[in-house]
Design a protein around this ligand. Sequence first.
Ligand code: SF4
Length: 141
Amino acid sequence: MKILVSKCLLGENCRYCGDNCKNERVLALKARYTLVGVCPEQDGGLPTPRQPAERLGEKVIARDGRDVTREYEAGAQAALATALREGAAFAVLKAKSPSCGKGVIYDGSFTGAKVSGNGVTAQLLLDNGIPVYTEDEIENI
Ligand code: SF4
C-alpha cells in the first residue's frame, strides 16, 4: 500500500529555511507502506530557501508581502495528482504548515499564533476523499 508523505518529514531539506524535520516515527512507516514523498511548495514552483508564508483567508501571503497563493494551489494540485496516480491510501503531512498542516495552522500574523484550519494541500486532499494525518497523529493510523 502506498501513502503520500511530506518530504521534509523524510529528511529532505525542502523547508522554507533549507532544512528538514526528519521524523523517525514517519520513517518507520516504511516497514508497512511504500512512502511517496511530495513537497507542495517546491512542486508549485517556489525555491528553497524561500520566504516563509502563512494562510490569510483564502490567500497565502509570504512574510515579504508577496501573494504566493497561485504557487501553493499549483503545489496542492500536483500533490493530488501524485496521490491519485500512485493510488495513495492516505497522507502523512507536516503539522501546522500552510501547505501540509491539518486541523491547526499559523494564523497569518507571523507571530507563531495558530488558528483552526488546514493547509492548502491538506484541504485539497481531504476534499478529494484522501485521509490526512500529521506526524503527531501516527498512532491514529
Ligand atoms: Fe514540508 Fe510540506 Fe513545507 Fe514542503 S510544503 S517543506 S513538504 S511542510
